[in-house]
Structure formats: structure tokens, C-alpha cells
Ligand binder design. Structure first.
Ligand code: ATP
Length: 517
């Protein structure tokens, strides 16, 4: 199946099974804003818990905060967002559609990469085990020609971004003959800058209200609380502050479902270090974060680091963790060495000293910062797209059938077990409820008695529930139930008193943390 079709199915699946709904759907929706349904919110909470605990529980020098969305407007002046939180936009005059100029060029780079990968895949198939990919890439004329095109474009693009040269960005789009995917034309406007912050007004004094912003990142809430946390927690450098919260960006082009939203959630951690040690910490956090992703078991080859073409004004090193979504490798997380930029700016704009007295050095300094910043929603999309499978299975009548199953990492699954009475009579529902009453404080359980047992299994597979427990007549006699596994579809008969142990052993988040050691 083409990857685009997989993606469409995934979106439909998210809606059908209570994961993600378009916001304000009854009013025909609101662009790039989404709501999470009954299963979506549980998965999202589990992702947040995986991140939060991996930061705050597993690192004794990382603590959390929860700062407000509204902040003093000068914060955004100091951080550079008022003047520089811009994206270069371009319109196609025929379709009237708006694009990010940098994204159009990145897509063109991806096209060259795709051509090279196709040649490699073809040759791999032809030569089998004897195939030497490195040698092929170094010598095949078609690969070399595309590599050259990639290199030239990449160099020109990076320079244009770094020089903030909007005319050159437009010229690249023209020279590369990039067309609008809707109209198919090359009738482009000039490239302009567009600020991504949403503004609103606070208060209603006679002098007028104050203009405030919806925060476009959670990081600044951490920086302006650095001193509060350091002092009240008696924190010693190096230490980190973690935060999960909403962020808002008026994205020019919102596409790819929950990949790029106008209201989204971030999980950010700012790690304060001694000046000069930031690049070592940057490497450490790169490694730590990659491990966190890979522990989920979605395949190591589906991740890569991507160096930034252009460093943000505050950074001296930056890398993205990219995951292979159905629409290609894209950023899920950014790791940035932000130097002392933010704290120094807040020191200057607030007029308050924001420093750390280092007892080992016997001097005070503005700490340097390494940041890890990941979007909850992008992570959600990663988890869902890695987990969605369609499997061919044999139906009860011997015919082939397709089973749709979400093979979510069990620790993240919204519902850990469904308890089902085989029939709705003979005391089986009561017995099933009794089991749920016993387990509901430990796991998120669901009671399900509607439809045939086969249909109920499929429904739970589609939600991603790792275990189904069935109560039948034998249960009333010998206190045993069957427990069915989502992934293997294998069933086992066990006594009810064993359920808690089996399920907690298999679904505990601890197993993920073990992999992070
Ligand atoms: P992009 O280049 O995709 O716009 P970015 O580099 O601006 O992302 P950062 O400012 O580094 O992103 O934000 C950190 C993380 O927040 C990103 O890696 C991503 O997971 C998430 N994120 C950023 N913008 C959005 C958005 N509009 N919708 C959903 N998640 C987002």
C-alpha cells in the first residue's frame, strides 16, 4: 500500500476509535487544531508519563515545574520572539495557497534523496548479498549526479537561510522549477517573513489593555523561573528543569494531521551547565534522548539525527531527532545548545541578576543551557504510525480476513485489559465486573459485553488493548479465565488471582526504563 494511503487510513482509524477528532467538527472544523478522544487522551497521558518520569524520576538533578501560558510581554521581546520568530512564506498566485519557502526547498532536497534511495534499493534487489552499498553510492553515475544536485542545493539553501536572504530563497524555488502541488504552476509571489505568535489582550484599564502573547514555546517559562527553582530547591549546577505544557504557533501551512498544529503540547527540559561544558552535555543529551526513542522498539533504522542548516540566533549546536513517518523522515525532537543567550537576555531586560555562584570555582556566572524539546503530539503520531498494522488472518469460516491492530508499546496502551463475559447471562457479567473491581485501581480496564467474542477481540485489537480476559461458565466452577494476547492472539487459561501479576509484569513502564540504563 502506498504510504499516503496508509496515512489516510491512520487518520480515519484515529477518528473511528476515539483517538483524535478534528476540533469544532460540528462547525466544519478549525484549521490545524485537534481534540483527543477517550483513547487518545490516555495514550497522550502515558506518553507524557514516559517522558516526565524518564526526566524527573530517573535523574536526581532534574526537577519539574508548571508555568503559566501567559507571561509578561517583555519576555518575548527579550527572547527574540517578537522580532525574529518568523517563517518565510510564499504564495502561489494561481491556487492562492500559502507555503513555507524553506519547506518547499526541503521537500526538493528530499526528492533527490528519494531518487538515490530508489537506485540503491533496485541494485540491492538485483545483486542480493553481494551488494556493497557504500561502493555503489560512490560510483553509480545516477546516484552521483543526484548527490551533486543535493549538495549544490543544500549549500545554496543553507547560505540563503543563514543570510536571511528572502530574494535568494525565491530564486532557488524558481531555479529548481518547484511547482505548487495544487495548481501545478510556478507562479509565485515574493517571499515574506511572517511572525508565528498569537497575540491577545489582557485586562481592561482606562489606559487600554496590555498586549500579551500565547506562549509559542514552554522554554521561556523555565528560564524566568531559573532563579526561583535554583534557590528554593538548592540546586547545584549541572541541573535541569522539565516542563510539559501547551504552546501556540500561527503556522503558515498546517499539514499532515497532528504533525503541525496551531495549538500543541511540548515536553521541554532545560539543563543548566557550567560555561564551556555545554557541548559535552549536548552530546550526552543527544545520546540519552535517542535511547528514549529507541526503547519503544519501533526499529532503530527509523531514526536519525539531522543537523540544522541554520543555527537559531541563540544556539551554538543543534540537532533534530527525526523519525520515519509515513510521509518521510521528519523532526520529532530538537536538542539545542542555547548558550547563555536566554538567561543573559532576561538579565538585561529585567535588570535583575540571574547568575549562579559556583562554589567549586569560587565565581559567579550566567549558566549555559542545553535544551531537549519534543512535541507530545508529534510523539503521539510517531507512536500511532509505528503501531498501526493490517494483518492477514484466518477467519472462523476458514476464509482470509484482515485484522487491524494497533501494536502499541504495552506500557503506553490506553486500556491495559478488557474483561468480557462470554454471554450476557448466567452470572458471567457479575463475575466479569468483580474482576474489574479488583483490578481497576492497578490498570485501566474496560468492560465489554456487546457482540460476539470475535468482534469484541477485533475491537480491542483496533484500540491496541494488549490483553482480553474472557469469563465463561468454567470460570464460575474453578475461578479460571482465558487471557488473550493482542500480538500473538494466543490464549491461555489462568486462575483469576494470577491476573494482576501477569498484567503488571507485562505492561509496567519499568520495562521501558530498564532499557534506558
Ligand atoms: P518545525 O521545523 O517542524 O517547525 P521547530 O524546529 O520550529 O519545528 P522547535 O521550535 O524546535 O520546532 O520545537 C520543538 C518541538 O516541538 C518540535 O520538535 C516538535 O516536536 C514540536 N513542535 C513544534 N512546532 C509544532 C507544531 N506546530 N505542531 C506540533 N508540534 C510542534
Amino acid at each position: 500500500m502506498a504510504q499516503e494511503d496508509v496515512f489516510k487510513k491512520l487518520i480515519a482509524h484515529c477518528k473511528e476509535y476515539g483517538y483524535v477528532f478534528q476540533s469544532s467538527e460540528v462547525y466544519d472544523g478549525l484549521g490545524a487544531v485537534y481534540d483527543y478522544g477517550q483513547n487518545g487522551v490516555e495514550l497522550k497521558n502515558n506518553i507524557k508519563k514516559y517522558w516526565w518520569d524518564s526526566m524527573v524520576l530517573l535523574h536526581e538533578n532534574v526537577v519539574g515545574i508548571d508555568s503559566a501560558i501567559f507571561m509578561h510581554p517583555t519576555i518575548w521581546k527579550a527572547s527574540g520572539h517578537v522580532d525574529a520568530f518568523n517563517d518565510p512564506l510564499i504564495d502561489n498566485k494561481d491556487s492562492k495557497k500559502r507555503y513555507r519557502a524553506d519547506v518547499l526547498i526541503e521537500d526538493q532536497l528530499a526528492r533527490f534523496e528519494e531518487k538515490m534511495n530508489k537506485e540503491v534499493a533496485k541494485a540491492k534487489k538485483r545483486f542480493g548479498d553481494a551488494f556493497d552499498e557504500r561502493q555503489f553510492r560512490d560510483t553509480n553515475p545516477r546516484v552521483l549526479a543526484n548527490q551533486q544536485k543535493w549538495n549544490d542545493l543544500h549549500e545554496r539553501f543553507s547560505k540563503a537561510l543563514n543570510d536571511n536572504n528572502l530574494e535568494e530563497l525565491k530564486q532557488i524555488i524558481v531555479d529548481q522549477e518547484i511547482v505548487c502541488p495544487i495548481s501545478g504552476s510556478r507562479n509565485w509571489t515574493d517571499v515574506r517573513q511572517f511572525n508565528l505568535m498569537f497575540a491577545t489582550e489582557m485586562g481592561s484599564t482606562s489606559d487600554g489593555a496590555m498586549k500579551v502573547y500565547l506562549r509559542p514555546e514552554t522554554a521561556q517559562g523555565i528560564f524566568v523561573n531559573y532563579l526561583n527553582v535554583q534557590k528554593t530547591g538548592r540546586m547545584k549546577i549541572p541541573f535541569g528543569i522539565a516542563q510539559i505544557g501547551k504552546a501556540f504557533r500561527n503556522e503558515i501551512v498546517a499539514r499532515q494531521f497532528i504533525f503541525r498544529m496551531r495549538e500543541f503540547e511540548q515536553m521541554e527540559m532545560q539543563f543548566f551547565v557550567r560555561p564551556g561544558s555545554e557541548l559535552d552535555w549536548f552530546e550526552k543529551w543527544k545520546e540519552t534522548r535517542m535511547k528514549w526513542h529507541k526503547a519503544l522498539g519501533f526499529g532503530d533504522d527509523n531514526y536519525r539525527f539531522h543537523e540544522h542548516e541554520k543555527l537559531a540566533h541563540y544556539a551554538n549546536a543543534a540537532v533534530d531527532v527525526e523519525y520515519k513517518f509515513p510521509f518521510g523522515f521528519k523532526e520529532v525532537e530538537g536538542i539545542h545548545s542555547r548558550t547563555d543567550f536566554d538567561l543573559s537576555q532576561h538579565q538585561e531586560y529585567s535588570g535583575k541578576k540571574i547568575q549562579y555562584y559556583d562554589p567549586e570555582l569560587g565565581e559567579s556566572y550566567v549558566p549555559y543551557v542545553v535544551e531537549t524539546s519534543i512535541g507530545v503530539d508529534r510523539m503521539f503520531l510517531q507512536v500511532i504510525s509505528a503501531s498501526y498494522c493490517e494483518e492477514e488472518v484466518e477467519a472462523a469460516n476458514g476464509k482470509k480476513d484482515t485484522r487491524v491492530v494497533l501494536k502499541l508499546p504495552v506500557a503506553l496502551a490506553p486500556i491495559k485489559l478488557a474483561v468480557m463475559p462470554l454471554v450476557k447471562k448466567d452470572g458471567l457479567p457479575e463475575k466479569a465486573r468483580e474482576i474489574i473491581d479488583d483490578l481497576k485501581f492497578d490498570f485501566n480496564c474496560q468492560y465489554d459485553e456487546k457482540d460476539s467474542i470475535g468482534k469484541r477481540y477485533r475491537r480491542q485489537d483496533a484500540i491496541g488493548t494488549p490483553f482480553c480476559v474472557t469469563v465463561d461458565h468454567q470460570t464460575l466452577e474453578d475461578q479460571t479465565v482465558t487471557i488473550r494476547s493482542r500480538d500473538t492472539m494466543g490464549q491461555e487459561r489462568v486462575t483469576i488471582d494470577k491476573l494482576k501479576g501477569i498484567i503488571s509484569e507485562q505492561t509496567s513502564i519499568k520495562a521501558l526504563f530498564e532499557k534506558l540504563k
